[in-house]
Design a binder for this molecule. Structure first.
Ligand code: ADP
Length: 506
């Protein structure tokens, strides 16, 4: 039945909308969460590296001033040099301070030292290392005091870094290629948000241009103008880790949405089918009740007529009895069909297969068809050659399916009914065809008529009794035998239903 039953469809729509809301909202939230996680990814990886390098930097920051203090001052060619225990020359610009006067070849060094003369005169006697701004940039300065004289040297940063790298080998936190360096601590460009922002942008650009900074630590006073920095000399590990995580996330997200879409479509279809089926069932119940009521009413009327003893003529009595028989037959056919369907649906239907000649099946179906006294105004032509190969089938089930085709051909034809049954071999099949000159079936309905409870909605069908189960049962029966059922039809001209059964090879 194709009549719409609004409450069930509405229910389906509401349930489906609820499903979408329940599924889409959390998944949108989840995706948003993922996007935020990706945005925070870089910061998280940086933090992890920072933590990994923390110990190394701590140890090196402590060791560096000690190492530098272990160097010896040597005067060579009139200039002071600082030599590390391994013999590395760490100095760059030599100077001497005596009588409140600084002497150096570099005027910037002279100026910087002059500005801290008081502190210089208070230096302890032993070898000291500190940082000092020289010409706008901090420099490492090593000094030694001998009586009133102070001598010393600005240190060559590259040499100090080489020293660092040699020491750092002991503390490597990861196998990636890295380099240690000393960089000036960025000076606050001034108070205020704008200045801070500007300095952050400058810093970010410097980081983006140079090798990626893995971790850093500001040195303790008196080297507080410098920070100890670990630079990656290979591929940027932050970028690598976050790219990998992004790819993993994108793939997972893709998979998630794929399964989600599949799930929603699948559930939606299942829901829709259920809704449709429940509508069909409701229709079926009212249809069957109606179909039962009509013969029951006639039966009651006939019985009342007989009981009242109004019929004097034995011929009339005979006629009423015949009608009674026909009505009860209709009732039992309908009930039988419903039970048959229930058996097939629940998988309880059993087939007793035997080797049969095709004419035997056709005869059984025609006999049943004639017994229903449907053959009144019908011209039935049968062309079934005896030479056809045998088939392995359940006699009653297949004859029942053929009978159903004959009944339909009869029911859905006009006054002048012409039905033909033909059989022939088609490859490995025996094809049994029932053709009529009836109303025909529109193309879009041809597939659906095999669905349970489905009936084409037209005037003739409404006038004709039926349950919409006949073809569904026939299809199940034929398919259970490894066969097929097909239909060809032309509206207004007629239909041709074909049962194809596999030839018995034995
Ligand atoms: P029923 O005949 O009890 O309604 P069926 O499953 O046998 O149920 O058939 C389903 C529908 O297919 C019928 O309601 C009818 O509309 C259509 N149909 C079946 N056979 C024919 C036919 N030979 N000619 C036209 N329509 C047919």
């Amino acid at each position: 039945m194709s009549r719409a039953s609004p409450p069930i469809v509405m229910n389906f729509r509401r349930t489906f909308a609820l499903l979408i809301v329940l599924v889409v909202l959390p998944s949108a939230g989840l995706s948003g969460f993922g996007v935020v996680a990706i945005i925070n990814e870089r910061a998280a990886v940086e933090k992890r590296l920072e933590v990994a390098w923390h110990g190394t930097l701590e140890a090196l920051a402590e060791e560096l001033p000690r190492e530098l203090r272990q160097g010896r001052f040597v005067k060579r060619n009139g200039a002071w040099e600082l030599i590390s225990p391994e013999g590395r020359v760490l100095s760059s610009v030599s100077f001497e301070v005596s009588n409140g006067k600084v002497e150096s070849v570099d005027p910037a060094v002279t100026a910087a030292l002059t500005s801290v003369l008081t502190e210089l005169s208070n230096l302890p006697a032993e070898h000291t290392v500190f940082s000092l701004p020289v010409g706008g940039h901090p420099e490492l300065i090593a000094t030694e005091r001998a009586g009133d004289m102070v001598h010393g040297t600005a240190l060559a940063r590259s040499e100090v870094e080489a020293l660092l790298t040699a020491r750092a080998d002991r503390y490597l936190a990861s196998p990636e290629p890295v380099r240690f360096t000393l960089l000036p601590v960025p000076r606050e460009t001034g108070e205020g948000l704008v200045n801070r922002l500007v300095s952050e942008v400058v810093q970010a650009r410097a980081n983006a241009l140079g090798p990626p900074v893995l971790a850093e630590r500001v040195l303790a006073p008196p080297l507080q103008d410098f920070r100890l920095v670990v630079l990656s000399t290979g591929e940027d590990p932050v970028a690598r880790a976050s790219t990998r995580n992004r790819v993993v996330y994108a793939v997972l997200l893709g998979l998630f949405y794929l399964t989600l879409t599949f799930g929603v479509v699948y559930t939606g279809r299942a829901l829709y089918r259920e809704a449709k089926l429940s509508r069909l069932k409701t229709d079926f119940v009212s249809l069957v009740s109606h179909e039962l009521r009509t013969p029951l009413t006639s039966i009651r009327m006939f019985i009342e007529t007989l009981a009242l003893g109004r019929l004097k003529d034995p011929a009339q009595t005979q006629e009423v009895l015949q009608m009674l028989t026909r009505e009860t037959e209709r009732l039992s056919t309908l009930i039988e069909r419903v039970l048959d369907w229930a058996r097939i649906e629940s998988g309880r239907k059993e087939y007793h297969v035997e080797r049969l000649e095709v004419p035997q099946i056709v005869e059984e179906a025609i006999a049943a068809f004639r017994a229903q006294r449907l053959d009144g105004g019908v011209e039935l032509k049968v062309d079934v050659p005896v030479s056809l190969p045998a088939v392995q089938v359940d006699r009653h089930a297949v004859a029942g399916a053929l009978l159903n085709l004959l009944q339909n051909a009869y029911k859905y034809s006009g006054q002048d009914k012409r039905i033909s049954i033909t059989a022939q071999v088609e490859g490995r099949w025996v094809a049994l065809a029932v053709e009529d000159n009836g109303v025909g079936i529109p193309a879009r309905e041809r597939k659906r008529i095999f669905e349970r409870f489905y009936r084409v909605d037209n005037l003739l069908t409404r006038k004709t009794e039926g349950s919409g189960l006949g073809l569904a049962i026939s299809k199940r029966i034929i398919e259970a035998h490894g066969g097929r059922i097909t239909v060809q039809s032309e509206v207004g001209k007629g239909s041709r239903f074909t049962l194809k059964l596999p030839v018995d090879k034995a």
